[in-house]
Design a protein around this ligand. Structure first.
Ligand code: ADP
Ligand code: MG
Length: 347
């Protein structure tokens, strides 16, 4: 936000003026959104479908840093992190409610930006904003979004369905969001020392976008249905691949083998990792914030899955007593754990 424009304090509008400003243009897109903003509660009718609900809260200073997160991107990301959890149930996101706690430093213009990002995500993912809450905070901006989705009961996919010999699949590429964050942190430090320095971000657009404005793979849900492939277990990758694979294995009472050399990693993730001395596999396994999907499918679906380049097979499910392993590039078996593995100083 440019500092030469005068910013409007929220007190100029008051709570109701502010709510009205943030919600006045809403046009409901989904038939299931019976009543949106403007009454005591929203009404949603999923008509025989089951309702899937998830919520995520983002806190300034913990989950985001306003010195390098543009508010519009932050609004977009706050929606995506929620929709990702709906997709992970194999459900279709339909509505969100948005609650914000604003600090004395928050201006009306900055909330305009935040909501512009929220609405952009709502349009892209075809969900309706149907309510929220507005309050104040002494410590900084807090954004809490609840997403609602629908699924036929028989379509819901839990973490607990993985079976021995199933293939472990992931969408997209991993580790980029972590590297993007490290790049932003590095440039912030450079700026602190020399405020006239220009940030050196060229060639790293992908890792920055993955950190600041991530997408979740909504088209995969329909594609899997069209392919006639039904995953046995599914989870979204928000905390790093290792911890998500372990969640599936624990819930399904199975073990697994994941191959390091099959992890989908973008060139720019590898390149930036080399600059800062962090192996890209470590970022993929433990970095987090990728918002891709991890799922298991029966071995018999391999011929179908392999025709889709956006889906990568990275390993397979074993019996529980085999444990959870990572096979490194040189064929060494290491225990897969949520803290990651030491890749060795000589690599
Ligand atoms: P109440 O006092 O009954 O909780 P509010 O005045 O908080 O009602 O909210 C009025 C309407 O505006 C409700 O429909 C609510 O869901 C919606 N709303 C409030 N805050 C927000 C917000 N930050 N974003 C979107 N909708 C909001
Ligand atoms: Mg309220």
């Amino acid at each position: 936000m440019s500092s030469d424009k005068k910013l409007t304090p929220i007190s100029d509008l008051g709570e109701f003026g502010l709510i009205d400003r943030m919600t006045k243009g809403i046009k409901l897109k989904n038939k299931s959104s019976v009543k949106g903003v403007g009454d005591d509660a929203a009404v949603v009718n999923h008509n025989g479908y089951q309702t899937v609900i998830t919520t995520d809260m983002l806190t300034e200073g913990i989950h985001f840093d306003l010195s390098y997160s543009p508010l519009k991107h932050l609004g977009y990301k706050a929606v995506v992190v929620n929709l990702s959890d709906i997709l992970a149930m194999n459900a279709k996101p339909t509505q969100i409610v948005v609650s914000i706690a604003v600090s004395a430093r928050t201006s009306v213009e900055s909330l305009d930006e935040l909501y512009a990002g929220i609405y952009e995500a709502c349009n892209f993912y075809k969900v309706d904003l149907v309510g929220g809450d507005t309050t104040s905070s002494r410590s900084g901006l807090v954004i809490s979004i609840t997403a609602i989705g629908k699924a036929k009961p028989e379509d819901l996919i839990y973490r607990s369905g993985a079976k021995e010999n199933d293939l472990i699949c992931v969408t997209g590429d991993l580790g980029a969001a972590y590297m993007g964050l490290q790049l932003l942190i590095r440039e912030k430090e450079v700026y602190k020392v020399n405020p006239n320095s220009q940030p050196d971000l060229s060639g790293f657009e992908h890792i920055l976008e993955r950190q600041l404005k991530p997408e979740c793979p909504i088209s995969i849900i329909d594609k899997l249905e069209k392919m006639n492939v039904r995953p046995t277990a599914m989870i979204d990758i928000s905390d790093g691949l290792s911890s998500e694979v372990l969640h599936i294995c624990q819930a399904s009472e199975v073990g697994c083998v994941v191959h390091e050399d099959k992890l989908p990693i973008d060139e720019s993730t590898i390149k930036f990792g080399n600059q800062i001395g962090v192996h890209s596999s470590i970022a993929a396994l433990n970095g987090g914030e990728d918002y891709e999907l991890l799922f298991t499918v029966p071995l018999s679906d391999f011929d179908t899955i392999k025709r889709y380049p956006e889906i990568k097979v990275i390993g397979h499910i074993t019996k529980e007593d085999k444990g959870c392993s990572l096979v490194t590039g040189d064929g060494t078996y290491l225990p897969l754990d949520a803290q990651g593995f030491d890749h060795g100083a000589n690599e």
